[in-house]
Design a protein around this ligand. Structure first.
Ligand SMILES: Nc1ncnc2c1ncn2[C@@H]1O[C@H](COP(=O)(O)OP(=O)(O)OP(=O)(O)O)[C@@H](O)[C@H]1O
Length: 323
């Protein structure tokens, strides 16, 4: 795993203007003539959990790396904790926590030693409000690694290593935590514990920006969901609101006389009332299903993909190309 290493001179101050921690406007990124980000804009506030969704190759990692200061953008305005990441100092970097990939370089270290060692870099930046670093025993308990405290990193299971990744990411008590697919490879119990950990960090005012391909996880964790597709943010809002916006329709399923029926309607309450008026007790197995976040997500991504395919066809035909 790679973390934001803290070097002398780091410190922490409050985020600017009433709690805006991330402010992205018209962000553009072009790789070798190919536009990946075409005007991305969003904000994140202090203590907010923001989940960035998008299909493979949409540019999520690119966006996060730009915010972390690891990648130079092509254009646009980006402010993270009051600073342009392109000019981020070590002092600024100390306020970020970054969980990128599995920590492989320190296999011989024991878990407790590694966390104590990395945490020691943060000690100079402890404040009365934010005690740095996180006490190692408390941190081990928080990520569920108490029993592995004296094990060597190289002997941990994949899921335990992922927990260690997270511990390394938060040992300095970051104000802003970036998590790129943090629960990939975790079992359901570890995943659920991890969700509790993220919510706990947010309750203590840590802002969290995370990517995942697990829509149930996004729904459970996010204060706000961003969908990145076609180089732009195509949706931005609470999970429930996104689902309602995409479709006012609900699917009603029922059985009668041993046969299964299904109806899609924008007025499920009225429909169900009529159904019972007509057939009464003969109705069984009633199920009313509203659009889920997954429905919303797939609809939006397909619309963007269909739109860009149509756009490309139009551009080709205007250039006189047959396909
Ligand atoms: N260094 C690079 N040089 C050229 N192209 C790149 C580079 N890094 C990423 N890309 C391209 O930019 C696009 C976005 O990549 P990115 O990794 O940001 O997507 P992602 O949304 O994180 O995808 P995934 O869900 O698969 O992890 C892809 O088409 C990728 O091939």
């Amino acid at each position: 795993m790679t973390t934001a290493h803290v070097l002398p001179g780091a410190g922490s101050g409050p985020p600017p203007d009433g709690g805006t921690v991330i402010d992205v406007r018209d962000l553009r990124m072009r790789y070798r003539g190919q536009d990946v980000l075409k005007g991305v804009g969003f904000t994140a506030r202090r203590g907010e959990v923001v989940v960035l969704l998008g299909p493979n190759g949409a540019g999520k990692t690119t966006t996060i790396e730009i915010l972390e200061g690891f990648r130079m953008r092509s254009a646009g305005d980006v402010t993270v904790l009051g600073t342009d990441p392109a000019h981020g100092t070590e002092r600024w970097r100390a306020r970020l926590g970054i969980v990128l990939q599995s920590w492989r370089d320190h296999g011989k270290w024991r878990v407790r030693e590694l966390l104590a060692h990395l945490g020691s870099y943060y000690a100079p930046y402890s404040t009365p409000v934010v005690r740095r670093p996180w006490d190692v025993d408390e941190l081990l308990a928080a990520v569920g690694l108490t029993a592995q405290a004296d094990k060597r990193v190289g002997t941990l299971s994949g899921g335990q290593r992922r927990r260690l990744d997270v511990a390394v990411g938060i040992v300095g008590r970051p104000e802003l935590l970036f998590l790129d697919e943090p629960t990939a490879g975790l079992d359901p119990e570890a995943r659920s514990e991890f969700h509790g950990l993220v919510r706990g960090l947010a309750d203590e005012n840590t802002t969290v920006l995370l990517t995942t391909h697990d829509l149930a996880e996004a729904e459970r964790l996010a204060d706000r969901i961003l969908i990145l597709a076609g180089g732009r943010i195509v949706a931005d809002g609470p999970a429930g609101e996104l689902s309602r916006r995409a479709s006012a329709e609900a699917t009603v399923r029922w059985t009668r006389d041993g046969r299964a029926f299904e109806e899609t309607t924008t007025e499920p309450t009225r429909f169900v009332r009529r159904l019972f008026e007509e057939h009464g007790e003969a109705i069984g197995g009633l199920e009313v299903r509203r659009a889920s976040l997954e429905d919303t997500y797939l609809t939006m991504v397909r619309e963007v993909e269909a739109g860009s395919a149509a756009g490309e066809r139009a551009a080709r035909s205007s250039r006189g190309e047959s396909r």
